[in-house]
Design a protein around this ligand. Structure first.
Ligand SMILES: [Zn+2]
Length: 244
């Protein structure tokens, strides 16, 4: 079985990276939180147990298979209620917007951030200035299903700029700053909504440059409609919605 690459990002945050998908393990003084479970191609449960013996809570940022693939290795998974239509885990618990996961010294607030999927959730440590953002933002591309939802989710992050400066995305460069580059994303998305940008057909494979990676939930051979803006590849096809 594959093994993940483990990095210590901060004293209380570790990343577990495997096959272009990152899970995060956050440890407080009383509990640990595992954010996503990856593709399910390695024993993420055993990996976590080698890193901490604290009581563990497991959450999904959204129900895509590269984030929830290892859910079955854990007795209980916390998700947004809309994820229930996509997951088969027998013991799902609901996360509501604003719920706080108190790990002891670290408090992560759940922010409902749809757009990439209907069930997207970010987990923000508002006193320590960082947030785990799933697939809502990453360098190189965005994958949009619900444009209005996406714009409000980006706006929601921007509104927290005085509390958050560091973002941990699940794919691509990590971390990324919450700065004017995120404002540019918002402007671009509004340009798409106002139909002031040209839409171009694109295939996503091979990757556009050496750093670009085809997102795991995208078929590289299928042709999609999208937008290219500077180094940002924005996949948005109104015919493509919901979860696909
Ligand atoms: Zn995704």
């Amino acid at each position: 079985m594959d093994r993940p690459k483990i990095n210590c990002l901060q004293p209380n945050i570790m990343s577990l990276y495997q096959d272009k998908s990152t899970c995060f393990l956050v440890t407080g003084t009383k509990r640990a939180l595992l954010i996503d479970t990856g593709h399910g191609t390695y024993r993420v449960d055993e990996t976590v147990r080698q890193l901490t013996d604290l009581p563990l809570t497991v959450v999904n940022t959204h129900a895509h298979p590269d984030h929830a693939g290892g859910d079955g290795q854990f007795p209980e998974i916390w998700v947004h209620p809309l994820a229930r239509t996509q997951l088969t885990h027998p013991n799902l618990r609901d996360i509501q917007d604003g719920d706080i996961f108190d790990l002891g010294g670290i408090r992560l607030t759940a922010l409902y951030t749809p757009g990439h999927t209907p069930d997207g959730i970010c987990f923000a440590e508002l006193d320590r200035g960082y947030a785990f953002i799933g697939d809502i933002l990453e360098d190189g591309h965005l994958s949009i299903r619900d444009l209005d939802g996406y714009i409000s989710s980006i706006q929601r992050l921007l509104d927290l700029r005085d509390r958050i400066s560091v973002l941990y995305p699940s794919h691509g460069t990590c971390p990324i700053p919450l700065d004017e580059s995120v404002e540019n994303v918002r402007s671009l998305l509004i340009g798409i909504r106002e139909d002031s940008l040209e839409r171009v057909p694109m295939k996503l494979g091979p990757p556009p440059d050496s750093d670009g990676e085809v997102p795991p939930d995208i078929d590289p051979d299928q042709e999609y409609l999208g937008y290219r803006y500077k180094d940002l590849l924005v996949l948005y096809d109104p015919a493509r919605s919901g979860w696909d």
